[in-house]
Every structure is written in C-alpha cells, then in structure tokens.
Design a binder for this molecule. Sequence first.
Ligand code: AMP
Ligand code: MG
Length: 502
Amino acid sequence: MSSPLHDNAVLDAPPIPFDNSYVRLPPQFFAEQAPTPVAAPRLIKFNTVLARDLGLDADVLERDGAAIFSGNKLLPGSEPIAMAYAGHQFGGFVPQLGDGRAILLGEVTDHSGRRRDIQLKGAGPTPFSRRGDGRAALGPVLREYIVSEAMYALGIPTTRALAAVTTGERVYREEVLPGAVFTRVAASHIRVGTFQYFAARGDTDSLRILADHVVDRHYPEIKDRQNRYLALMEAVAERQAALIARWLHVGFIHGVMNTDNMTISGETIDYGPCAFMDSYNPATVFSSIDRHGRYAYANQPAIGQWNIARLGETLLSLIDPSLDAAVDLANGVIKTYGERFQAHWLAGMRGKIGLATEEDDDLDLIQALLALMQQQEADFTLTFRRLSTLAESDDSEAPFTASFKDPDSAAPWLVRWRERLNREPQLPSERARAMRGVNPAFIPRNHRVEQAIEAAVEDDDFSLFEVLLTVLAKPYEDQPAFAPYAEPPQPAERVLQTFCGT
Ligand code: AMP
Ligand code: MG
C-alpha cells in the first residue's frame, strides 16, 4: 500500500534539483537578477535525453516548458543571477561586460557527479546590459541549438542545448525578428574574461577566490600541486589546445574567440557567427564583423595562445610574489601551449588519414594533402570521409577525387599515401572503421543551417530544424536516407557570411 507521505515526497521533488555554488561566492561576482517575463512563450524544442542525464524531471519540464524555459516561471531552488566578467573583444579590452542578456538559473549535479550550469539566454535586461534589450532572436537561438548539439555528437567538448522557446515578442535588430530564449547547459560559464574582470580592478582577493572555486570545480586533481595557480593556467592551456585542435579536425570556425567567449572548463561556448568550412581554405572567415580575419580558421590556435597569455596575466600575482619570477613561469606555460596544440593536432590528423603509427614524414604527408585540397578547392569533410572508404578497398577513386577541381591532381598523393599505409600494422577494414569514427559524414553545413532558420523564422516551420537535429546526432554513420545532407552546397546555395545576431 502506498503511503501518502511517500506520494507527497514524490510530488514535492523539485523538477530541477538545484544545488548552487556560484551564488555563494562574494557579491561582487554577480548581480541578482530574475528573468523578465515574455508575452506568449511556446516551447519549440526540449532535449529530453539531456534532461534525464542531468537528473531532471523531464516530464514536468516538458509539460511546463514554455513557462519554465522562457523565464516566466521560476522553479523552487533557482537563485537567478547575471555573472560579472570583462573581456578582450577583437583585441581591445573592455573592463566590464557581464551577462547582459543571459541569466544563470542555478546549478545541478548530473548522474556522473558533474556540476552543470543551467542558463537562460535572451531572458531580459540585467545590470550588465549595455544598450541591448537583453533579448535574443530566434535565428541565433536555433543556430546555437543545432551547432552545439552537433559538436556534442562529434565528441567535441561543448555547452549543450536543453530547450528553445519562442517568446511571442519581437526583437529589433537591423530588422524586426521573432524573439526566443535559449536554455544552455555548461560545465560552468566562467571565462578567461571572468578572471580579467577582477584583475582589471586589482582585486587579488577575489581572483584567489575565483581561482580556488575553479580548481575545485574543474581541476580538483591540481588542488595540492605546489604552485596551484600556475598549474591552473597550465591545465586551461592544455584543455584549450586540445579543444582548438578538435575544431580544426572538423573544419569548425568559432568566429568570435574573444576572451569573454573562452571557457575555463575547455568547452566550446557562444555559437554566434560560427560555421563549418565547406571547401578547404585556411583563411576562411564567415563572421560579418571579423573584417581582418582575426578569427579565421587557421588563426584559431594562435588566438587560443593569445587568450591563454591574457589568462596568465591575471594570475601573475597569485603565481609568485616576484613579478619577474611569475612572468617567467607564465611564459613557460604559454610556450608549452604551442607544443600541446601541435601534438593534439598532429595526432588527430594522423587518425584522419588512417595512421596508427608515427613516422617523421607524416606531417609532410598531411600538409601535402591539405595544400592539394586548398589548391583544388576540395570539400574538407567529404575528402576525409571518402578517404576512409579508399582505405579498405581498391575500388574506383572517383568518389574521392570528385571533389577536387581536377580529379587527376590527387593521384600522386594517393600513391604516396598507399606506400605509407604499407608500413601500417592495421588490417584495412580496421583502419577504415577507425577513420570513419573520426571523419564525419555529416556536419552542420552552413547552407542547411540557414535553410532551417529561414523556414522557422519566415514560415514558423521547424521541420528542417528537426531533420538537422536527427541527422547530426549520428555524424559518423552513413545514414543513406539523409545522403543530401552530406553534400556541400551548390554554388547558388553557398552562404559566405554569418552574423552575430546580437
Ligand atoms: P555575446 O556576443 O553574446 O558574447 O555578448 C557580448 C556582450 O554583449 C555580453 O556582455 C552580452 O551580455 C552583451 N549583449 C549581447 N547581446 C545583448 C542584448 N541583446 N542585450 C544586452 N546585452 C547584450
Ligand atoms: Mg559571449
């Protein structure tokens, strides 16, 4: 027989079991700020699987999702705040940015014991809003939903998408657009810019509190290291070097690698004008505001290093009481970033061309392929996916060479590659399987993302958005039913520019 007490306990279990830590930090770390309600919220997408992984009550959240994920209804345990941070934007320092349109609802601990932030983006103005309305438009919300979930499925560290809601309100940008709110899940929203916020104020006490919080939360393994703050800088450098290498392996261009958009956790964050490259060109830039190509595809590793240097600057007083000594130590880490990146990048590229062993000439072999791809305007994703097929069969090379302007141009490289494979221990079938596991068939092609956004914004039609989410959830499987989504754009479909949407 069921006890009424037990039933009540079940009914009373909060749908999001908040367990907040950031709001326990000193008041200068944030501003308390509730979301501003919206007129007519409608839940357009809810990530049930993620909700369950986080230990949330997916049924309640889905039923009441419009109110909850718009910010109209605050759940028990939520302590909403806007976080303070600063940042270098396109190289220029802004001492105060902060969440101007994002509100952290609180934190939860997921099934594997990992703490995660739950944040609304587009939830209304905060004390940090600068001129903006605190809102988000539907297009950028859908872009972030699609691309962040695609990155997750690709196996790349990233923030996640829990929900998207339309607000029934309009937002005013260059044009009038439907408003939306995005619910983001992150290991934390602490950025390089969070450290810069306190460093810019000469507030060493807050810096130490922040650094200790970050070590507890993201790097507990370094807690007892002799120089904990140097170890922290080193740990962030390692995660960012690994992350940016992964971006390059799939042709991802973040677009706004400002220090306020670089996480301390090593997750990809802030999918503004981001996009994936179609034909290979290291100078590729999509963002309309990146006029000088600061954040071009091939510049991303160097920008990562620049941002790590900015993080190091904020930590100097904690690293060593002697400035000279601290600078030497921090410079040592900045130097290792380059080596770390190169090692991650090369290991991943070896995998992409099917090498399980290491030879000195491998770098040259990889660079020769990339140079050829650039010259021949070959599609980045298709080239590696189709190379995976060639790795196990002597069938026609035509599908592989088809994306090269002159299909014959690839022949000498293929001869060289096959010679190299002769010295590999793997069976061809094993090699092909391994290659298919790192060379995706499906990426969020820019023209497909734009088509999905356009249908939703113009016609309230979310079917393409749904199709993209389905296809991109299994990027390493062939999925013949969705073959057209693996194809690069036709010339008329090409999207050359993306916009921040802020
Ligand atoms: P983002 O481009 O989203 O990374 O934002 C950069 C900075 O501009 C952050 O401080 C944001 O909070 C702020 N911001 C961006 N869009 C808006 C908006 N619509 N209203 C208020 N602040 C905004
Ligand atoms: Mg940002």
